[in-house]
Write a protein that binds this ligand. Structure first.
Ligand code: SF4
Ligand code: SF4
Length: 291
């Protein structure tokens, strides 16, 4: 199999191990475009993930991010973390319902690297979690020397709870950061977007689009963007295709207007510089409405 070399401009490598989750947040972004059966997609085994991911040639500052859903629910999560070649750095996005999966099976040093943020990033969900229970789990992880921090989504209906939790965690020396809420709430669209029209589903246009992310779905498919992986649109390749290579180019898309907020939002890049957007979109006016 040919190595998969990550282009210099790329900012993120996402491996969606599974869309299954053990929590049920009502604002879950996985449901933004969720068709029936999102959680029943084909899943690669750990061995298959390792064959595909170990082809990747990346940089020290560009880890593979294991995410979901809840990535630790993949039955071979530990095998995947421990089997990735040592020159690939790893980040994990988790809700940390089971801290023992890390404590009992993974060397903290394997999930550590030079970066301005933690490698294990825990999402905090006030309606689903007891903040004191979570605090104790995180303190255990810190005792074991894991690089770990918390992110709370500033949901308009939960700002007070997030702020209170931030105070609680910070008082214990835990890194707690906030993320803006993306999407609609109370009839208002929240988030800062490079292409505001691209989210909200009020239009649908044909455009040309280019990404700066390698997005790999639970089935090993490589997708143009996160909207595509959630909506199960046709992938542009597969990490099992022995000839698969990343082509850093614009691709046609008929789904502009139904983009996922994660792809369109303005955010910080891997150097923590604000203003980056995962995709570049070229709207060809003559192409008209794609419906
Ligand atoms: S923990 Fe994350 S993936 Fe799970 S339901 Fe909540 S927002 Fe969705
Ligand atoms: S236009 Fe939107 S839906 Fe289409 S590839 Fe780009 S980000 Fe994805």
């Amino acid at each position: 199999m040919k190595p998969i070399v990550i282009p210099a401009k790329y900012n993120y490598i996402a491996a969606f191990l599974t869309f299954a989750c053990n929590l049920k947040c009502d604002y879950c972004i996985n449901n933004h475009e969720a068709p029936a059966g999102l959680f029943k997609r084909k899943h690669l085994s750990g061995k298959e993930w390792l064959i595909g991911l170990n082809r990747i040639v990346s940089r020290p500052d560009l880890p593979i991010t294991l995410q979901g859903g809840e990535p630790t629910l993949h039955k071979d999560f530990v095998e995947i973390v421990n089997g990735l070649k040592s020159d690939l750095n790893i980040d994990v996005l988790t809700n940390l319902q089971d801290e023992n999966i890390f404590l009992d099976n993974i060397e903290p040093a394997r999930l550590k690297r030079e970066a301005p943020y933690a490698s294990v990033r825990v999402s905090y969900h006030p309606k689903q979690m007891d903040s004191e229970v979570l605090r104790n789990k995180i303190l255990r992880m810190i005792d074991y020397d894991f690089s770990i921090g918390i992110w709370g989504v500033m949901h308009p209906g939960q700002k007070r709870e997030i702020k209170n939790a931030q105070t609680l965690f910070k008082n214990c020396g835990i890194d707690f950061r906030t993320k803006e809420f993306l999407g609609e709430y109370g009839g208002q669209l929240y988030g800062q977007y490079k292409y505001p029209e691209a989210v909200g589903k009020t239009v649908r246009r044909r455009v040309m689009c280019k990404t700066t992310e390698l997005v790999i779905g639970p089935d090993g498919g490589v997708y143009r963007c996160t909207a595509d992986v959630y909506a199960n649109r046709t992938p542009i390749g597969n990490i099992f295709d022995p000839d698969f290579q990343i082509e850093d180019k614009f691709r046609p898309c008929d789904w502009y207007g139904h983009c996922n907020p994660c792809d369109i939002k303005l955010k910080t890049d891997r150097f923590q510089r604000f203003g980056h957007c995962s995709v570049e979109i070229c709207i060809r006016k003559e192409a008209g409405d794609g419906r």
